[in-house]
Design a protein around this ligand. Structure first.
Ligand SMILES: [Zn+2]
Length: 132
């Protein structure tokens, strides 16, 4: 299995942990007398600030390059516990470990902690299967 997160995975996980997956719209600000971008989501902190195309690129690139960091991994883990899905996910994870990497002499716990991206990819796959 390829553990690389796609943009689709990133979007699903970002929404799962309760953050905004910014989607941009162009608008004219009467107050500032200029055209700029903002996030479509009215509850987002980037809804009411002016962003240039370069500013958006910065926000988007940073998120895409860094997700998932260890703190994203922790946020995903915490959310799974919060919504009562940790035990079910743990079974899913255990099966993935047994099927894929058990014979590489890596302990299950170490295997879980060593790669935020693999952990997050498995959560994304789990959420997709669970949502079917
Ligand atoms: Zn947003």
């Amino acid at each position: 299995m390829n553990y690389t997160l796609t943009d689709d995975d990133r979007k699903n996980l970002t929404l799962f942990i309760g953050e905004c997956w910014h989607e941009w719209e162009l608008y004219y600000s009467e107050e500032d007398k200029c055209t700029a971008f903002r996030c479509r989501n009215e509850n987002c902190k980037l809804h009411n600030i002016l962003l240039t195309p370069a500013g958006i690129g910065d926000v988007m690139d940073r998120k895409k390059q860094t997700f998932p960091t260890p703190s994203d991994q922790h946020a995903v883990f915490t959310k799974l516990v919060e919504v009562g899905k940790w035990e079910e996910f743990e079974h899913y994870l255990w099966n993935a470990y047994l099927n894929l990497d058990r014979y590489k002499n890596t302990s299950f716990i170490l295997w879980n902690l060593e790669s935020p991206e693999r952990f997050c990819k498995l959560v994304s796959e789990y959420l997709k299967e669970e949502g079917k």
